[in-house]
Design a protein around this ligand. Structure first.
Ligand code: C2E
Ligand code: MG
Ligand code: MG
Ligand code: MG
Length: 282
């Protein structure tokens, strides 16, 4: 999608025509092997409640443990996987892994963290997606309310009728939906009102200079105010400084996510990180 292509530029075959680029062919083959051999890992980044500073959930973020290139960030292979359709298999694996990981983690630590899972446009539109969700929930025994799917605005805007139908069915399952990177796509205020969604995640690009760009500050305030009127909660993405956190909290932002609090980490680090009280003091 436009969002992914604009921001997650990958470098292996930039500027070359995909069909004649041998690197493209190599990487597609390597991705195929990666899927077969399960070379992917899911890391988790905590999302905290703005006022209490307590962790309320984690976002699942995929990484590729490449046999020779090491750990590869999603921006370097998700766009290609979108083009080739391989994102469907990868996304399905991430969904199952993330539900299983957090269900187990919650049981072990007597907690109720929500797991946020990114869903690609292709995955969302695919016939059988609802059964995929159902299966992930059944196998993991995760409560549906603890699963929140992240989709971008553009997914919801294109083929709107069907998208709204799918969202309704997801809601009927008890699963929640957040709009990711909000403000970067074709934001329509009308569709926000009509869609059965729970949260908007304000894109990092608005947060980065929120304290010295009055235009972006106004946009963020507008999003928060509007979202609250519509009964939605708001997550601020990419919070890196205490000033940004304080600004967002004062504007009524409900949840915060960013390097200021925690970076994405392997599941095994989650409990130590939380227990060490590396939580942002407020
Ligand atoms: P996203 O869903 O918007 O995820 C947030 C991204 O921002 C993550 O990058 C995260 O590490 C990064 N981030 C979080 N806090 C900060 C901060 O304070 N500063 C900065 N500079 N960055 C921060 P990551 O893990 O590299 O993922 C990039 C994108 O790849 C994601 O953006 C998402 O669009 C996509 N992605 C990741 N995992 C999946 C997946 O399982 N499926 C699909 N379809 N897409 C995925
Ligand atoms: Mg996301
Ligand atoms: Mg995001
Ligand atoms: Mg993003």
């Amino acid at each position: 999608d436009a969002k992914a292509e604009g921001r997650n530029t990958w470098h292996w075959f930039e500027g070359l025509s995909p069909t004649i680029n041998s690197e493209y062919v190599t990487m597609r083959r390597e991705l195929m092997e990666a899927i077969e051999q399960q070379q992917f890992e899911v890391h988790y980044q905590p999302i905290i409640a703005a006022t209490s500073g307590r962790i309320r959930g984690v976002e699942a973020l995929v990484r590729w443990r490449h046999p020779s290139r090491g750990l590869i960030a999603p921006g370097q292979f998700i766009p290609l996987a979108e083009q080739t359709g391989q994102i469907v298999a990868i996304g399905q694996w991430v969904l199952q892994r993330a539900c299983a990981d957090i269900a187990t983690w919650n049981r072990q630590h007597s907690q109720e963290l929500t797991v946020f899972v990114n869903i690609s446009p292709l995955q969302f539109r695919r016939y059988g997606f609802l059964q995929e969700i159902q299966r992930a929930l059944e196998e993991s025994q995760l409560a549906p309310e603890l699963l929140e799917l992240e989709v971008t605005e553009n997914v919801l805007m294109s083929g709107t009728g069907r998208a709204i139908e799918t969202l309704g069915e997801i809601r009927d399952m008890g699963v929640r939906v957040a709009i990711d990177d909000f403000g970067t796509g074709y934001s329509s205020l009308r569709y926000l009102r009509e869609l059965p969604i729970n949260k908007v995640k304000v894109d990092r690009s608005f947060i980065t200079d929120i304290t010295d760009n009055s235009g972006n500050a106004a946009i963020v305030q507008g999003i928060i105010t509007m979202a609250h009127h519509l009964g939605l909660r708001v997550v601020g993405e990419g919070v890196e400084t205490p000033e940004q956190a304080q600004d967002l909290e004062q504007r009524g932002c409900d949840f915060l996510q960013g390097f200021l609090f925690y970076r994405p980490m392997p599941l095994a680090d989650l409990h130590p990180a939380i227990a060490s009280g590396k939580r942002h003091a407020r």
